[in-house]
Every structure is written in C-alpha cells, then in structure tokens.
Ligand binder design. Structure first.
Ligand SMILES: CC(C)(COP(=O)(O)OP(=O)(O)OC[C@H]1O[C@@H](n2cnc3c(N)ncnc32)[C@H](O)[C@@H]1OP(=O)(O)O)[C@@H](O)C(=O)NCCC(=O)NCCS
Length: 206
C-alpha cells in the first residue's frame, strides 16, 4: 500500500473531528497538523493530531505541505470557509476531494476540489457538486441534481432529482428539496424544511 500523503486541516472544532474520522477511514491521507483561528493559542491536539499553528502560519507551512482541507463547519455564514479556501488556493495548496468509503459517489457524478463526502452520503448519477462543500453524513444528492460551490448539505438532507441548490447555501438537517426545484445563491433552509422555492428559505448571513 502506498504511503499516506500528509494533509493540513484548517479548523479545529467539531466538524474537524468528523472530517478526521472520514480521512482516517478513506486511508489516502495522514493528518499532519491542524490549524486554528489567528486569535487562538495554538496548543493541544485532536485525536492525537497536534494543532501546529494558526491561519497566519499558512504561508510558512506551504513549503512543508502540499495538501489542505477546510474543516471549519458551516452553520451560519459560509464566509469563513470561503475566505480560507481562497487563501489556501492562492498559496498553491492542493485541495483534494475526500470521500468516505461508507459513502457512494456515482462514477457518472462530479465533485469539485475541497469537498468532503461524509459517511453514508449518496451522490447519484449525473449529479454535480461544487467546490469546498460539505456533504454531511447520510445526505442524498439525487440524479442530475446540482450543488453550487460553498454549500453545506446537512445530515440526512435530500436534494431530489434535477434540483439545484444555489451556491453559498445551507440546507439544514433532514430538509428536502422537491424534484426539479432551483434555488438562488446564499439562502438558509432550516432543519426539516420542505423546499419548493426560494420562499421556503431565508437570506443567509453573508
Ligand atoms: C432555523 C433554526 C436556526 C431556528 O433555531 P433558533 O434557535 O430559533 O434560531 P436562531 O435564530 O437563534 O439561530 C440559531 C443559529 O442558526 C443559524 N442561523 C439562523 N438563521 C440563519 C440565517 N438566515 N443564515 C445563516 N445562519 C442562520 C445561526 O448559526 C444562528 O446562530 P447565531 O446566533 O450565531 O446567528 C433551527 O431550527 C435550524 O434549522 N437549525 C439548523 C440545524 C441543522 O440543520 N444543523 C446542521 C447539522 S449538520
């Protein structure tokens, strides 16, 4: 088996711990270190992996590491995840797609850089998922559906066939988009919401 490649994780909260579990199960990468917020004192560890710096250290770390993944969660605004993604990309890090071996991604679907597909998620045929998204545990992106860049599809949410979730959106836990609905960018759909149009959401916070 080839050696695991080192990867840096940006964000040291609860979502990071879930991501670490997926990375461990996938087996392609070894977490080489975790990066925390600039206002934090970089110390401690998560599951035995050290917090080795803050966002301010990214440029220096680039010479030692090639791969990075954004592991800040996205409950309110996607702004932090977008800012970090752009910074990491500008520094030339590669941002892989990480897929749990307990998820299913159709070979006829596409998933863009920096997106994580967590345990039990399904991405069906001809679906297209944008960059830097979270497809959280047990969500379903059905055939021909589109998930825009920088979205969080929460645990157990369903995007039915041919639907499109606009970029920078949050689809809450167990929310369901009906077949073929298209939503505008930057919306927040609460947990359990039935989504038939933009009117079922509210403006996101940036
Ligand atoms: C709609 C909902 C937020 C209402 O709960 P509430 O406690 O009455 O909501 P509040 O208005 O106090 O907001 C709670 C948090 O929700 C988020 N939120 C609420 N409205 C939002 C909006 N329009 N845009 C972005 N985030 C929003 C924020 O994170 C907010 O935190 P803040 O206090 O820092 O702004 C809640 O029912 C819900 O759906 N939560 C999402 C749960 C979920 O799906 N989690 C994902 C797990 S993977």
């Amino acid at each position: 088996m080839p050696d695991k490649q080192p990867i840096l994780l940006l964000g040291a909260g609860g979502h990071c711990r879930s991501c670490m579990d997926v990375i461990e199960q996938e087996g392609r990468f070894a977490v080489a270190g975790i990066i925390d917020r600039p206002d934090s004192a970089p110390q401690g560890d998560l599951f035995g992996c050290r917090i080795i710096g803050t966002d301010d250290d990214l440029a220096a770390l680039r010479s030692r590491f090639q791969h990075a993944l954004i592991t800040v969660g996205q409950l309110g605004s996607p702004a932090v995840r977008i800012r970090l993604f752009e910074r990491v990309r500008a520094l030339g890090f590669a941002m892989p797609v990480v897929v749990s071996p307990k998820a299913y991604v159709s070979p006829h679907a596409t998933v863009a850089e920096g997106t994580i597909v967590m345990h039990g998620a399904i991405v069906n045929a001809a679906a297209r998922v944008g960059r830097n998204c979270i497809l959280n545990s047990a969500c379903l992106v059905e055939h021909d559906a589109i998930v825009g860049d920088y979205c969080h599809v929460s645990t157990g949410a369903i995007i039915n066939g041919g639907s499109g979730l606009g970029e920078r959106s949050f689809l809450g836990s167990h929310a369901t988009m009906v077949h073929g609905v298209q939503t505008s960018p930057g919306l927040f759909f609460k947990a359990g919401q039935l989504v038939r149009s933009d009117r079922d959401g509210r403006p996101g916070k940036g």
